[in-house]
Design a protein around this ligand. Structure first.
Ligand code: ATP
Length: 704
């Protein structure tokens, strides 16, 4: 505990601070009562809630010591004047301070002065001591008072501590009781919750049962209502039907009544109308009779008029006729007269002219017969010369056709040039890939090829056919002609051969036209066509049944004596009109497309051969010719390394390449033209036996 008494002259203030357990605000009034009992009557105590207490109203001591001091209290007198008057003597001046040390008198005087001063000072000190003693006793009293107060406060504190302990014990008891209560409350709550849950379950079950029951009841009610409604509906329907039947009966009766009424009305009307008609008829007859009378009157009048007119016309005609007759008679009379004159004058010369005319006619007929004979001989000569020309041109000819590049083709087109396009059109130059030399120079090589004829990308089928048509003529003249189309896939072989204006339709049309024109010269031609395909080294009849493709076996037979080659069991169609050829091509295309479902893109993977046999006879000369025109669309050539084919496709590609290679060998052997030399016809079914033209198609889209 620390106590301060800063200014005790007017008022002393003591602050007492308790460092004990805080007093609860609720206990403050009681504590204040106890404390007020413990402190003196004239003192008052103030509490603040923060356990600090201030005591005021302590009376000051009657006299305050003038000298400041330190001890248990620090007391500072505020009246400095009092200190000056009571404690400090006035300063004394020593007269002999600087006199010589042997001045005894002076020194005595000084000592007396000093003594007096000392005496005064001692008196002052004694006075001061009394004051201090008084103060000390005063403070002692105060201390004892305070100690009493302290004792009282300690007692009070003890009491409060006890109270506090009691309160703590109560609190812990209450806490324990509270915990017990909480526990029991928790148990109760759990019980209640369980109970509630069970109750809820029960209620739910009940509710469910109730719902089920209600639903059943509702269903039953609905069923009942439905049955009732159905019964009601049936009843209503019956009633309605009865109503309707009744209404229908009524309506029928009404209709019947209406009908009979109407019938009656109609009968009445009919009767009225009949009566009316009768009267009208009578009137009409009367009127008719009158009209008839008037008409006959009129007819009579008009016939009189006509008769009169006819009479006039007759008379006029007779007059004109008689004038004409007169004129004609005059003319014929004049002619007869001149004829008689002529006959009489030159009868002899007329007979001579008639004989001359007869002779000239005979001469003309004779020279016509000679001319016909000459023409026939010239036709034979033309054939011979034509075929000599064909042979001179070469029995094997190779044309090259370059296809235009399609817009949708992604590859860069090959660089192809046609150096002699303005002259012979026999050259084609293909620019090779760029090559880098050791020195880094880039060069491009150009490979030039020569053919019997080159057709550029802008060429049309008609242009190509112009060249081919001479060979077609050879077929009519009894030669065997073979036209191949060879090239890589998509290079335009089928376009050239089988398009609407391709080689096959054009050739057939030309043959028909020529055969017709030769009829005058005594030639009659019979034509028959067949269409076969070579697929995987097997022969198929494209005009037969699609089901037999790849199943039926066909063989190639060669009759060396007659120089004839034929295929067993193939369909041959007589071609008596150009339309038959178109039908034949359509049938072949259909069969191929049916077969294409079995082997993909079959038309590109097989060789097709259109065979046209032409047999001609000349009824005048007795000549006979047998020729064959073979138009072959070869399968697309492909490099195995490029195609990357596997499985069936690989087999197809190998067969195609093998047969194309055999074909190349045959053409090579024939090209050497050695009489009696071996030609390896039998190495493949695609090998030709005849005069050949190979049309090589080139696709500009592939630089390879
Ligand atoms: N000269 C051309 N002018 C215009 N289009 C052409 C020409 N040649 C070919 N084509 C077109 O190019 C495409 C391929 O031609 P085509 O089918 O005739 O080739 P292909 O050589 O017969 O192919 P495949 O070997 O697959 O049978 C077709 O669409 C065809 O119309």
């Amino acid at each position: 505990m620390s106590v301060e008494a800063p200014n005790l002259k007017d008022r002393a203030a003591v602050e007492v601070q308790f460092k004990h357990t805080p007093i609860a605000p609720a206990d403050a009034p009681r504590f204040r009562d106890e404390c007020s009992r413990a402190v003196p009557d004239n003192d008052t105590m103030e509490f603040n809630e923060n356990t600090s207490m201030r005591m005021t109203g302590i009376r000051p001591p009657s006299r305050i010591p003038a000298t400041p001091g330190k001890g248990l209290f620090e007391i500072t007198p505020s009246d400095n004047n009092a200190r000056a008057s009571t404690m400090m003597p006035p300063p004394t001046t020593l007269k002999h301070k600087n006199a010589g040390s042997w001045d005894t008198k002076g020194r005595l005087e000084d000592m007396e002065v000093l003594y007096a001063q000392l005496k005064v000072q001692m008196e002052g000190t004694a006075y001061e001591r009394n004051g201090l003693e008084e103060t000390v006793s005063l403070y002692k009293t105060r201390i004892s008072e305070l100690e009493r107060t302290s004792l009282q406060l300690s007692t009070c504190n003890q009491t409060l501590s006890n109270d506090l302990n009691d309160a703590n014990t109560k609190v812990s008891k209450s806490t324990a009781a509270l915990e017990n209560a909480t526990r029991s409350h928790t148990f109760e709550v759990d019980d209640l919750r369980r109970k509630h849950r069970n109750e809820t379950e029960d209620t739910k079950d009940q509710h469910r049962r109730e719902t089920e029951r209600l639903r059943r009841e509702a269903q039953e009610e609905v069923d009942r209502l439905r049955k009732e409604a159905q019964a009601e509906a049936a009843r209503l329907t019956r009633a309605r039907q009865e109503d309707l039947a009744e209404q229908e009966r009524q309506l029928k009766a009404e209709i019947e009544e209406e009908r009979s009424r109407r019938v009656r009305e109609v009968q009445d009307l009919t009767t009225q109308w009949a009566v009316h008609r009768q009267t009208t008829d009578v009137d009409l007859e009367k009127k008719d009779r009158e009209a008839q009378n008037i008409k006959s009157e009129l007819q009579r009048t008009s016939s009189d008029l006509e008769r009169a007119n006819a009479l006039i016309k007759n008379l006029q005609d007779k007059l004109a006729e008689m004038s004409a007759n007169t004129l004609a008679l005059e003319t014929s009379m004049r002619a007869m007269k001149s004829k008689i004159d002529f006959l009489e004058s030159d009868n002899q010369a007329q007979s001579q002219a008639f004989a001359d005319l007869n002779q000239r006619l005979q001469d003309a007929q004779n020279s016509e017969a000679v001319a016909y004979e000459k023409l026939r001989m010239e036709e034979t000569l033309r054939r011979k010369l034509h075929n000599q020309v064909q042979e001179l041109k070469g029995n094997i000819r190779v044309f090259c056709r370059v296809r235009p590049t399609g817009e949708a083709e992604p590859d860069e087109p090959a660089k192809i040039t046609f150096p002699d396009t303005d002259t012979d059109s026999k050259e084609v130059a293909v620019q090779g890939p760029e090559q880098k030399s050791a020195l880094g120079n880039i060069t491009t090589s150009t490979n030039a090829f020569s053919f019997d004829r080159v057709f550029g990308p802008t060429s049309q089928n008609a242009e190509v056919f112009e060249e081919i048509s001479q060979l077609v003529q050879s077929a009519l003249d009894g030669y065997n002609v073979c036209i191949f189309c060879y090239g890589q896939t998509g290079s335009g072989k089928t376009f050239t051969m089988s398009a609407g204006d391709g080689m096959i339709p054009r050739a057939v049309h030309q043959i028909y036209a020529t055969a017709k024109s030769l009829q005058d010269k005594g030639w009659t031609y019979a034509m028959e066509g067949s269409f076969v395909e070579v697929y995987n080294e097997n022969l198929n009849d494209l005009l037969g049944s699609a089901d037999e493709l790849d199943r039926k076996k066909h063989e190639i037979r060669h009759d060396a004596a007659r120089c004839k080659t034929s295929i067993t069991d193939i369909t041959t169609v007589p071609l008596d009109a150009p339309e038959r050829v178109e039908q034949m091509l359509e049938r072949a295309a259909t069969n191929r497309s049916v077969a294409a479902t079995k082997a993909n893109a079959r038309s590109s993977r097989s060789h097709s051969v259109f065979i046209l046999k032409l047999t001609g006879e000349n009824s005048i000369t007795g000549e006979r010719s047998e020729g064959t025109l073979n138009l072959v669309d070869l399968a697309g050539s492909e490099r195995l390394s490029h195609s990357g084919a596997t499985g069936d496709r690989l087999k197809e590609t190998q067969n195609i390449n093998r047969s194309l290679s055999c074909l190349g060998d045959v053409i090579g052997a024939l090209g050497q033209g050695k009489e009696g030399g071996h030609v390896p016809y039998r190495n493949s079914k695609a090998s030709p036996h005849h005069r050949m033209l190979t049309l090589m198609s080139v696709k500009t889209g592939d630089a390879g």
